[in-house]
Design a binder for this molecule. Structure first.
Ligand code: SF4
Length: 425
């Protein structure tokens, strides 16, 4: 169990779909990351980590007082257990530090982990397991689980009560995509494409557009129903909105959960940086003075600018309609164009991901917003006059081309290594 002081300051837990996302999450203020080893987790299409990369990540985090949780939450059949066991034995014998916990869902995987690591690595129960009540928590405690990642379908009062029972630590989601089914217990993908959600291969058929065709037109709905219009297309009936809790963070702080988790191991490093920065500041703001907690404008504009569906507070305060009916694709208000890799004589060297121009140019340079890695800085606008490629002059002195290292001159602000440059779209 965490000590009392730490219980007042929950861990900010960020997704790491790749080594780059892990590095970014820590740089922007995450206390811990969760990362998949191989494809033994429910994000089979993230880059994930090899056993060796995972070991290096744990060593890096441990040296700087941060934590890494290895995600092993598939529900494997016997054929899949053998490679999982092999990966775990290689990790155990690899000479690196052990992860700070494994996240498991399946009792067989739990047993395997305990056998191989001799109980030396804490076990966190995946939300996929659907642990909704205190009896279930007591059961899993007896199996050696030390933390439960509670289902998103619980409200704040239910979480507060479960946390207060002191059976084990509780972890809750604070931001990111949600499933229309109960915590991923869903077979839609298996029916549609033979791609199994419980093996990390969900093709997200819930994001598709559907037509509602009642088989019995006289049937009444058990509630008021959705305002679903049948026009030229249909309606995204199963398409859940995204969770956002920055507006109700004090209520979640009051639940006693020790870990606040951000969903998104399929998301980019820019997404991770942006969400981590906002919630880092939100948690720190609350801890500094709970009664003065007030949502800051930049939190909202930052969360609005990243890829997201319309936001909901989900089940925390019983938002009745959690689906977005009329659009499926996540919308972004800005696009990452580069990251500061070095600073030479005061000029930032940018690793350019997408080409961009000096703002205000007739050639189309858009406003550039900086997501600063420094916790005490908020996002700000930025201008520059010149571009040159690090290894020579640029073909166009005012345009940074993608996949190059460029040096910006005539900058309006000093940038730091790790700062991200975005253009508004
Ligand atoms: S199809 Fe949708 S509801 Fe089902 S597991 Fe995948 S994301 Fe969740």
């Amino acid at each position: 169990m965490l000590d009392t002081k730490k219980q007042m300051t929950p861990e900010l837990l960020a997704p790491a779909g790749s080594p780059a996302c892990a590095e970014t999450a820590f740089a922007y203020g995450a206390d811990a990351v969760y990362a998949g080893i191989g494809n033994f987790n429910l994000r089979a299409h993230s880059p994930n980590f090899t056993v060796e990369e995972f070991g290096e990540l744990v060593d890096f985090a441990d040296g700087s007082g941060r934590r890494v949780y290895g995600v092993l939450n598939i529900m494997p059949n016997d054929e899949q257990l053998a490679p999982l066991e092999d990966a775990l034995r290689r990790l155990a014998g690899g000479g690196c530090k052990l992860p700070h916990a494994f996240i498991v869902s399946d009792p067989g995987v739990l047993s395997l982990v305990n056998d191989i690591f001799a109980g030396g690595v804490p076990i966190h129960l995946s939300t996929q397991n659907g642990c909704f009540n205190s009896e279930s928590m007591k059961f899993w405690r007896r199996q050696g689980v030390s933390r439960v990642i509670l289902p998103r379908e619980l409200n704040t009062e239910q979480i507060r009560r479960l946390s207060s029972l002191d059976i084990m630590e509780t972890e809750v989601f604070i931001h990111g995509a949600m499933c229309v089914s109960i915590s991923g217990r869903c077979l839609l993908g298996a029916y549609y494409n033979r791609r199994h959600p419980n093996l990390g291969d969900c093709p997200q058929p819930c994001r598709l557009k559907y037509r509602v065709i009642p088989s019995d037109p006289t049937a009444s709905m058990p509630h008021d129903g959705f305002d679903a219009e049948e026009g030229d297309g249909g309606v995204y009936l199963l398409n859940s909105k995204d969770l956002c809790t920055v507006g109700i963070l004090p209520a979640i702080m009051g639940t006693g959960a020790v870990s606040f988790k951000i969903e998104g191991r399929n998301k980019s490093a820019h997404y991770v940086a942006s969400v981590v920065k906002v919630y880092r500041d939100a948690i720190d703001t609350y801890i500094a003075s709970p009664k003065d907690y007030k949502v800051k404008d930049w939190w909202i504009s930052e969360l609005d600018a990243i890829d997201h569906r319309p936001y909901t507070t989900g089940f925390y305060d019983d938002d009745p309609i959690k689906q977005e009916l009329f659009a499926s694709k996540a919308q972004a208000g800005c696009r990452l164009v580069g990251t500061v890799k070095a600073v030479i004589d005061g000029c930032p060297v940018i690793d350019v991901k997408n080409s961009f121009s000096a703002p205000g140019l007739e050639s189309g340079g858009g406003a550039i917003s900086i997501l600063p890695v420094n916790r005490s800085q908020v996002p700000f606008d930025f201008t520059f006059d010149t571009v040159r490629e690090l290894d020579g002059p640029s073909a166009d002195p005012q345009r940074a081309r993608s996949n190059r290292l460029v040096v910006l001159g005539g900058c309006s602000e000093r940038l730091r290594v790790g700062d991200m440059l975005r253009v508004r779209v």
